[in-house]
Design a protein. Structure first.
Length: 534
């Protein structure tokens, strides 16, 4: 099955809602399945006039809009390859993507930063709204292109935590196998209403909110970003069942209890893209009465490889989300398998034994675009080496997986392996003082040392921070605590860019640390924290 098959096969119940559009929290428009087909067909006709053919690459630089939703489907239906790119990327990264992909067309959404528009204009370029002007070739099979399920449908670029992002090549089969698995595990139907506030250029929204929702025939409520606490009004008005989110959104929504009880239709929020702490999950449940179902995956396996099932029993949910030191990422989707690989020796880990998470199955990418070396390192023996550390526990007869850290981020201090994520879990009380993150940095005395950065937006008394840090076990206690006004460096989905954070600690590479943490003020961002260090 292909995206072309998916769109052409929808011939019944064409008047039911497929997409509702909210801009800045305000309802703007509603589109039926018939509208979806017609808009996708109109865009396809324009693409053909622009000489876009099967296997051509089309880069789309746009924020969330209905036109972007339709266009992504349209490009894939032609057998061309879509590459949705974050329009907030730097000019350097966009130039790299364009040079690597050599696209036949670049599509620009409205409101794009001028510097990105200038870079895109170096190629054949068109405004997204121009692709939806009524066209006389407005039929779906205008191309006559034959599309195979093994053809590449999309290239998703990783967030580029190193120097440049890599292009993940996903086939029609990859996308629709993942959609089938998500459809089954969340029990989706054509009556399901899915709220999307995450960007469609990211794997989470692309695979779940776009492809899976169209596959299931569900109704998507699309926003151009998080509408703040107005989210609850949208949920009530649209009788939303499932909301896709990230931990940062859950933390913000937990800060203020909803004015009224969320709609009875709301089943749960799905959290992914960044680690979810028990504190955030508990605070959200306490403030809203709504469950959080954590999921996990990478662009390299479309998006989700695991998630807490929609039909999980109450007792199993409690065990999975709150019974271990971290919330569970759930059970594997149909179409892929997940296991834990021993790091120090060959073989699969046993229940409760920590190792590297490996994903196999029909959702795995064909490889990185024009990067065979990186592909060989990522997929070994038919399995995707995720670089994530974790373990599994059998609950209610199923394997539930748990993520404990990153293999590449592991800090080697005096020969001891320490996960920065595990340290952050022990430091949860620091949220009272500001946002914080941990990273390892080179240190001549210890090999690597643990650095903690606290982003203080106001005066902070370091005695309280010292008290929280000293409560950590000595083996994992940060020895350098830096308090400053620089934001924590994050990816677009809220993951800590630890390699960038570590750069703030490099001046301490030759320092010999004792048992007590050294607390310093970061003045590189300008300004002082006043009485915090008086």
């Amino acid at each position: 099955m292909t995206i072309q098959d998916l769109l052409t096969a929808q011939t019944t119940r064409l008047d039911v809602p497929a997409l509702s559009w909210y801009r800045d929290g305000t309802f703007r428009d509603r589109y039926t399945r018939r509208d979806l087909r017609e808009h996708a067909a109109t865009a396809a006709a324009h693409l053909i006039q622009l000489k876009v053919r099967s296997k051509d690459r089309v880069v789309v630089l746009s924020n969330n809009t209905p036109e972007m939703f339709f266009l992504l489907l349209s490009i894939m239906s032609l057998g061309a390859i879509v590459a949705p790119v974050n329009p907030q990327e730097s000019s350097r990264v966009v130039r790299h993507i364009l040079a690597t992909l050599e696209p036949s067309l670049v599509v620009i959404g409205s409101g794009i930063e001028p510097h990105i528009g200038e870079v895109a204009a170096s190629r054949q370029c068109v405004a997204i709204e121009d692709l939806f002007v009524p066209c006389h070739l407005n039929t779906f099979n205008v191309s006559g292109a034959s599309v195979s399920e093994r053809d590449t449908a999309v290239i998703l670029f990783t967030s580029g935590t190193t120097s440049v992002p890599k292009g993940v090549c996903l086939s029609h089969r990859n996308l629709l196998t993942n959609a089938d698995g998500l459809n089954e595990i969340h029990k989706l139907t054509e009556n399901t209403v899915h709220l999307c506030v995450l960007p469609l250029f990211h794997a989470n929204a692309f695979g779940f909110s776009l492809v899976t929702s169209v596959f299931a025939g569900s109704h998507v409520v699309l926003c151009n970003g998080l509408p703040g606490y107005g989210l609850w009004s949208i949920i009530a008005r649209e009788e939303v069942n499932i909301v896709s989110a990230v931990p940062q959104i859950l933390r913000m929504l937990s800060a203020r209890r909803p004015a009224r009880r969320p709609s009875d239709c709301l089943r749960y929020f799905v959290s992914a893209a960044a680690p979810l702490s028990k504190k955030v999950a508990t605070d959200f449940l306490t403030a809203t009465g709504v469950r959080v179902h954590q999921g996990y995956g990478l662009s390299e396996c479309v998006n989700f490889a695991t998630t807490i099932p929609g039909d999980v029993a109450d007792s199993t949910y409690e065990q999975a989300m709150f019974g271990e030191r971290v919330p569970s990422i759930g059970t594997p989707l149909e179409g892929c398998d997940v296991f834990v690989r021993r790091v120090e020796e060959a073989g699969q880990a046993l229940e409760g034994e920590e190792g590297e998470i490996v994903v196999t199955g029909d959702t795995l990418m064909s490889g990185y675009w024009r990067n065979e070396d990186a592909t060989r390192k990522a997929i070994v023996g038919g399995g995707l080496r995720t670089g994530d550390l974790g373990f599994f526990k059998v609950l209610d007869g199923r394997r539930f997986f748990f993520i404990t850290g990153r293999l590449k981020e592991i800090i080697m201090r005096h020969g001891e392996k320490i996960s920065p994520l595990a340290v952050e879990i022990d430091l949860q009380d620091l949220h009272a003082y500001g946002k914080f993150a941990v990273a390892g940095f080179e240190n001549a005395a210890a090999g690597e040392e643990i650095g903690l950065y606290v982003h203080a937006v106001d005066r902070v008394h370091h005695a309280g921070i010292t008290r929280v840090v000293n409560a950590c076990a000595p083996v994992s206690r940060p020895r350098l605590v830096m308090i400053g006004q620089q934001p924590i460096p994050l990816t677009s989905t809220g993951k800590v860019r630890r390699e960038r954070l570590a750069q703030r600690f490099t001046s301490f590479s030759g320092h010999v640390f004792g048992k007590e943490p050294v607390i310093v003020e970061d003045t590189s961002f300008g300004g002082q924290l006043g009485e915090a260090f008086g």
